[in-house]
Design a protein around this ligand. Structure first.
Ligand SMILES: *[C@@H]1O[C@H](CO)[C@@H](O)[C@H](O)[C@H]1NC(C)=O
Ligand SMILES: *[C@@H]1O[C@H](CO)[C@@H](O)[C@H](O)[C@H]1NC(C)=O
Ligand SMILES: *[C@@H]1O[C@H](CO)[C@@H](O)[C@H](O)[C@H]1NC(C)=O
Ligand SMILES: *[C@@H]1O[C@H](CO)[C@@H](O)[C@H](O)[C@H]1NC(C)=O
Ligand SMILES: *[C@@H]1O[C@H](CO)[C@@H](O)[C@H](O)[C@H]1NC(C)=O
Length: 944
């Protein structure tokens, strides 16, 4: 059978190129991305073995692994990072990680480990970071950590460790440990003498959220400790502070005592121990007297940074609250329900540079901030501020960053920001702004980033932003902007990024030429508006020659979007274009003429049934293409598209069912391809693709092992890669034999070449013969002996004799040629058939399933059909005796090709109107052989 030969040819070619079985690039459950095997959320219960030995990262997070055994990991000599976060691991065998000799970082967070047994981490001599938080570890063994001599970071927080002696088992083996996180365990005491008496390298020690009753340090073990975290915001245990010598913590610069409960005396000696080194103090959720704490801590001469959150201050701040805090440069008072701050509360904070008042209950900008003339950053986010006045920031002339987001400000005025000549960042998002009232028309010459998203702006008036000559980023998304005018963005000559998604913009707003002022724009986001393109003499983006990224997803339109030919005119530096979800039904071949540098194109989730190769002619640099969910029936457009740089193709959710060699070969740079949710044809047509997926070393076929079959029926639901490709071969034994030894391979090549050439010679012979015959008869076409040659299977003979013959020969008077009646005895059958075809005006094929199985694939009919199909004359009439679903035709390649182009007569559907059927057949026999005439007629037939 001809079609099978072709596939066999590919298969054998493949076997010649890759004689030994090779493991490909597509993995069963994982993808490889930047040298990391990513197997996240795959419901894995065992560790995949097909990970290439070259990976440096292995991400197995969010799976169902329960146990790690010695033989589980293949040798991964280059692996540096492994993530086992969020599994159900409760058991780790001794030496389970032994094959991972280079591993540097291991994450075992969120598992169910109760006990770390003997030698669990053996072999991990190079590990520097181990995270094993949120487990239930209660028990450690003396040899659990013995290999981890190079460990620098151990995070074993949120477990059930109880004894400070356990810490000895940890620290004993880790001379280089710098960071030890023990948060959220059940440690009741920390006694240095139980742990060690040598000096530790530790820089960071986190003991928060332990019910510590004792903190005892009896020898100088913390020489290098700079960050210490104690305290238990959730508990109510009192901790006894017992540090024998005040010099023992003399390097600590960052101290967190959130929630720590102590006697005032202990607290004093704690702060004394760090008195010469402390720079940053965190005291959140304190249960002691707040103003006493502030007084004590602010007296430390080196302390500059104070965080004092979650202390329910409400109205407790009085004029003297911060009076001793003269050195502070940063004060964080977020999350305190603060409603009011007295006018002179910050008077003493002469050096304050950063003040954070977010997440409080302030209803206006507190007058107290006016005294802070050195302030550089002020955060008033998430309060109840309803308006801002011209006095509010008039003194804060050094301000560089001002955050007012998440308030309920409705309007601004032209003087609010008047004095903020240094301001670089202004956050006004998520307010109720309806108008900007010239707030930006003349002010803020140094502003670089302005956030106005999530407000209620309806229009941008002329020159609204004219003063912002340094502005680079402007966010205006999630407003209700409908109207723009020509001068809306005048002055924004340095703007590089503008976000306008989720507004009410239409083409009318764009036509004003508003964007023409944005000559430096690099990124424009117009997603989720109502913009419908139309051909324009001044296209909306014609001045944006620097634009690199255009986001244009999901326009809300009634009807279809159509990118007109000059929609993208002017964007000659565009690299990225995203037009996903736009109800695009087709793309003109000229769409990308103006964007020759395009590298990233997303036209997914549109209604594009076809794409043409010419569309891609102007964009030869394309690297990433997204065409998922586009209802494409074929990828053949790639063959001529010449996309030699394409690396990434997202093609999931489409209608094609066969991926051909030609398509893949036309994309020589392809590194990643995704055909998930394609209804594959699991037949010989995909043999090449199956082999390529398994074996190619360049392109990763995403999730290939889960691709499933939709055709033929008996394969439905099975996996594409499980398809038995040997069924596409005539002789399995022969192939097996052929692939085993080189000598046989040689014979295979010889015999195959002969085999292949012979069939070609055979076809060639008949082709030449047919051509000769054809040209001989061309001049005397009128002399056809018959009107039609009937090709049928002998099983269908009764129908031919009883129905067809009487109608066509008897009633309609045609001359028919039937093999049982009209063939010359003694001549070869092939000669007879060829002769019959050439001496008949038409050939009628009576098609049934049996016909397809025998006649259609017989060498004779194939030979004869060669001429019939590949020459332009339409001399073939197809009659279907029974309904044959299209997918069953899939192996009969030529037949399918033919049916795609033309319609045909269907007897099984003609049962109630046989006369119409015969009349249509008569018309079909009457027409000449010109293709156009035939098609016209066949259209008539289809309407029966
Ligand atoms: C891992 O550590 C061993 C010594 O324990 C050393 O010989 C080897 O070179 C290290 N490997 C890497 C990749 O650092
Ligand atoms: C403490 O740090 C110093 C300098 O970084 C280093 O030389 C010393 O070895 C460290 N101490 C310990 C016990 O590691
Ligand atoms: C504290 O330790 C230092 C040296 O680390 C020592 O000189 C000093 O005498 C000690 N003070 C007390 C009270 O033990
Ligand atoms: C803040 O100062 C203004 C005058 O600049 C005054 O009118 C207002 O009442 C003050 N607000 C509070 C809460 O003290
Ligand atoms: C400015 O916009 C660009 C592009 O959107 C973004 O990458 C960059 O982070 C933005 N800058 C800031 C500071 O937000």
């Amino acid at each position: 059978m001809g079609f099978c030969k072709l596939n066999m040819f590919f298969l054998l070619m493949f076997m010649i190129y890759f004689p030994v079985p090779v493991s490909g690039f597509s993995l069963q459950s994982c993808t490889v991305s930047i040298n990391t095997a990513v197997c996240v959320k795959k419901r894995l219960t065992a560790i995949p073995k097909d990970v290439p030995p070259t990976v440096t990262g292995f991400d197995l997070s969010v799976n169902r692994l329960t146990r790690i055994q010695q033989s589980d990991f293949p040798p991964l000599p280059l692996l540096l990072f492994m993530d086992l976060n969020r599994n159900k691991i409760s058991e780790i065998d001794p030496g389970a990680f032994r094959t991972l000799t280079s591993l540097r970082r291991l994450n075992l967070n969120n598992n169910k480990v109760i006990k770390l047994g003997e030698r669990v981490f053996d072999g991990l001599n190079n590990l520097t970071v181990l995270r094993i938080n949120y487990n239930q570890i209660k028990v450690l063994s003396s040899t659990s950590f013995q290999s981890l001599t190079k460990l620098e970071v151990l995070d074993i927080s949120h477990n059930k460790l109880q004894k400070s002696a356990d810490l000895e088992l940890i620290l004993h083996h880790m001379p280089q440990l710098q960071e030890l996180v023990l948060r959220g365990n059940s440690l009741k005491a920390f006694n240095s003498w139980e742990i060690t008496n040598r000096s530790l390298a530790l820089h960071i020690l986190d003991l928060t959220l332990n019910p510590l009753k004792d903190f005892k340090v009896t020898s100088d073990i913390f020489q290098n400790l700079t960050r210490l975290k104690l305290g238990n915001p959730k508990g109510n245990e009192q901790t006894i502070w017992d540090v024998k010598n005040h010099t023992f913590l003399s390097r600590v610069s960052n101290l967190d005592i959130s929630g720590l409960i102590m006697t005032l005396d202990d607290m004093k000696s704690l702060l004394e121990a760090v008195t010469s080194s402390l720079t940053s103090l965190r005291m959140n959720s304190m249960k002691l007297n707040h103003s006493q704490l502030i007084n004590m801590s602010c007296s430390l001469p080196t302390m500059f940074i104070l965080q004092f959150q979650f202390n329910k201050l409400k109205n407790k701040i009085d004029s003297y609250f911060f009076k001793s805090c003269v050195h502070l440069t940063e004060l964080d008072l977020a999350n305190n329900y603060i409603e009011h701050i007295p006018e002179n509360a910050f008077m003493t904070l002469k050096d304050l540079k950063v003040l954070i008042l977010s997440n409080n209950k302030l209803s206006s900008v507190p007058n107290a901030t006016r005294t802070l003339q050195n302030l550089i950053e002020l955060d008033l986010s998430s309060n109840n501020i309803g308006s801002v006045t011209c006095m509010d920031f008039s003194n804060n002339v050094k301000l560089k960053e001002l955050a007012l987001k998440n308030n309920s400000i409705q309007t601004l005025s032209d003087c609010v920001f008047k004095n903020l000549l240094q301001l670089q960042v202004l956050r006004l998002q998520s307010n109720q702004l309806i108008q900007l009232n010239k707030a930006f028309e003349k002010n803020l010459p140094n502003l670089k980033r302005l956030y106005l998203n999530g407000n209620k702006l309806k229009k941008i008036s002329a020159k609204e932003f004219a003063g912002l000559r340094s502005l680079q980023n402007l966010t205006l998304h999630q407003n209700q902007i409908k109207d723009l005018v020509e001068d809306s963005f005048v002055g924004l000559t340095n703007l590089t990024d503008i976000n306008l998604q989720t507004n009410c913009l239409t083409m009318k707003a764009l036509k004003t030429g508003a964007f023409n002022a944005l000559i430096n724009l690099r990124s424009l986001d117009l997603t989720s508006n109502h913009i419908k393109f139309e051909p324009l003499s001044h296209p909306p983006f014609s001045n944006l020659s620097r634009l690199e990224r255009l986001f244009f997803m999901g326009q809300h339109l009634n009807g279809n979007q159509h990118l007109s030919i000059n929609s993208l005119q002017g964007l000659n530096n565009l690299l990225y274009f995203n037009a996903r979800k736009n109800h695009l039904t087709n793309l003109d071949n000229d769409t990308f003429t103006y964007t020759p540098k395009l590298e990233y194109l997303d036209i997914g989730s549109n209604d594009l049934k076809t794409l043409s190769s010419q569309l891609f002619a102007p964009i030869k640099n394309l690297k990433n293409l997204y065409i998922h969910r586009t209802a494409l029936h074929s990828l053949d457009f790639f063959i001529e598209a010449n996309l030699t740089k394409l690396e990434f193709l997202e093609g999931r959710h489409n209608q094609y069912s066969v991926i051909t060699e030609k398509v893949i070969k036309s994309l020589p740079s392809l590194l990643f391809v995704d055909f998930t949710y394609i209804s594959f044809s699991c037949d010989c047509d995909n043999v090449w693709f199956i082999n390529w997926t398994r074996a190619n070393k360049q392109t990763q076929v995403n999730d290939a092992y889960n691709y499933s079959c939709n055709y033929p029926d008996n394969f439905k639901g099975k996996k594409l890669l499980d398809f038995d490709i040997t069924s596409c071969l005539p002789d399995k034994g022969f192939i097996h034999f052929a692939s085993t030894t080189g000598v046989i391979l040689f014979f295979l090549v010889i015999s195959f070449t002969y085999h292949f050439m012979r069939s070609h010679l055979y076809y060639a012979y008949h082709l030449i013969w047919a051509w000769l015959f054809d040209s001989r008869y061309k001049n005397k076409q009128a002399s056809h002996r018959y009107d039609a040659f009937i090709s049928y299977n002998s099983n269908d003979e009764p129908w031919v004799i009883e129905q067809l013959l009487p109608r066509l020969e008897g009633e309609q008077g045609w001359r028919l040629c039937l093999h049982h009646r009209d063939f010359e005895p003694g001549r070869s059958i092939i000669d007879n058939i060829t002769d019959a075809i050439y001496s008949s005006r038409k050939t009628i094929c009576v098609i049934s399933q049996r016909y397809l199985r025998s006649e259609w694939c017989s060498r004779e009919v194939q030979t004869a059909s060669f001429r019939l199909f590949d020459e332009q004359e339409d001399v073939l009439i197809l009659i279907f005796l029974e309904d044959i679903p299209t997918y069953m035709l899939s192996p009969y390649h030529r037949m399918r090709k033919l049916l795609k182009k033309q319609t045909y007569l269907n007897w099984s559907r003609a049962a109630d109107q046989p006369d119409v059927f015969w009349e249509n057949l008569r018309k079909a026999l009457q027409t000449g052989n010109k293709p156009d005439g035939e098609k016209l007629l066949l259209t008539v037939i289809e309407t029966q």
